[in-house]
Design a protein around this ligand. Structure first.
Ligand SMILES: C=CC1=C(C)c2cc3[nH]c(cc4nc(cc5[nH]c(cc1n2)c(C)c5CCC(=O)O)C(CCC(=O)O)=C4C)c(C)c3C=C
Ligand SMILES: [Fe+2]
Ligand SMILES: [Fe+2]
Length: 340
């Protein structure tokens, strides 16, 4: 039966995959960083202090001091195509565009800043996606990352009369494909070094310790990733440990430990001269890896007596990382798209 002439056009039904990452400022300048930090640090999933106590500290102190310092850090890692986190996430979406067949649209969005989750989700719906897989690109579940990205998507869905069907990508911290992609990437990275590290450190983003006590599985997921990766790397480690550490401490509360910066200094002081460090929890290199680890981590280690330091990059948009993402996303799309 033909549609009446005044009926809106009906696009062919499609499936969408929305890659979501944390977000980043629009530029490496204090004004852009201030806008970004204002949104990020006002998220109650990130800072769980009641707003009546937190907002005056944030607006009165932090947003008047930190943006200039952070902008300086961003300037050291900014690329011609923008923020590393945004450029790499964009490249991941680009490389996955044709991975699931012609009926599947792949896009990317950021929890804070641009492109916004609401905007890209709406674009998917407008393009005819009736089923959407939300994919927060955090291997280890954390309420401050995974849950808030999904919350943001659901907040937009709450405004839709005709919602698409939704799935969310579960954490993949112990998925054999993720562990194997990390193993291969570490082996390649180590083979390219002109020195043999005596110690290998896996640095994860930190969280307030209280979140572990309140039941967030993040710490456990990090520990499991590190244990599985150490097992997979056993022939390379040859008896040396894979040391776990937590970086990027923020504020005066107690955070998960040991702290990465303190671990690097302690290693050097204990006589370790050659170290390699990786950041398995980040799906894309960003300020926290390129500036905090590869620049400041190196400085701390060498200043404390180390002689050789290597930062091993994230999986990013390299072949191994993309193949892993394609496989774990394809599994979540089962029943929605024909099997490859
Ligand atoms: C209370 C503060 C913070 C919590 C909790 C937190 C958790 C958390 N963050 C990531 C991943 C990233 N964080 C990044 C930057 C960043 N993180 C915080 C603070 C908290 N993070 C700040 C203030 C900043 C901004 C930069 C700075 O001023 O230091 C980034 C990089 C963004 C970029 O533009 O490159 C990522 C990625 C995880 C995974 C996590 C909890 C598990
Ligand atoms: Fe962070
Ligand atoms: Fe940091």
């Amino acid at each position: 039966m033909d549609l009446p002439p005044d009926h809106p056009a009906i696009p062919a039904p499609k499936v969408g995959v929305l890659l979501m990452n944390l977000g980043t400022p629009d530029g490496p300048d204090a004004k852009s960083v201030k806008r970004y930090l204002g949104e990020f640090l006002s998220d109650r999933r990130v800072v769980e202090i009641p707003p009546i106590a937190w907002q005056p500290i944030l607006r009165g102190i932090i947003l008047n001091t930190r943006p200039r310092k952070s902008a300086h850090a961003y300037q050291q890692v900014w690329r011609e195509d923008g923020s590393p986190l945004a450029a790499i996430t964009r490249a991941q979406a680009e490389r996955l565009k044709t991975a699931f067949g012609p009926g599947v649209r792949v896009d990317w969005a950021m929890r804070y800043g641009r492109p916004a989750i609401a905007e890209r989700l709406q674009a998917m719906k407008d393009a005819g996606c009736e089923r959407i897989l939300l994919a927060p690109l955090y291997p280890q579940y954390c309420a401050a990352t995974t849950a808030t990205a999904n919350d943001k998507a659901f907040a937009h869905l709450a405004r839709m009369r005709w919602q698409p069907a939704i799935r969310t990508l579960p954490p993949y911290h112990d998925d054999a494909r993720y562990i194997d992609a990390l193993r291969a990437s570490v082996e390649t990275g180590l083979a390219q070094l002109d020195f043999a590290p005596e110690a290998l450190i896996a640095s994860f983003h930190g969280m307030p310790k209280r979140t572990l006590e309140l039941g967030d599985p993040y710490h456990c997921h990090c520990q499991k990733t590190a244990r599985l990766l150490a097992d997979a790397l056993a022939p390379v480690l040859a008896g040396r440990p894979l040391t776990i550490a937590f970086q990027s401490r923020f504020g005066p509360a107690k955070w998960l430990g040991p702290a990465t910066d303190e671990t690097l200094v302690a290693e050097a002081k204990a006589g370790t001269r050659r170290v390699a460090i990786l950041a398995p929890g980040f799906s894309a290199d960003c300020l926290e890896t390129l500036e905090e680890l590869a620049i400041r981590g190196r400085e701390s280690f060498l200043a404390a007596g180390g002689t050789h330091f290597a930062y091993l990059p994230c999986l990013n948009d390299e072949d191994g990382g993309i193949a892993m993402l394609r496989d774990i996303l394809a599994r979540e799309l089962e029943g929605w798209v024909p099997l490859p």
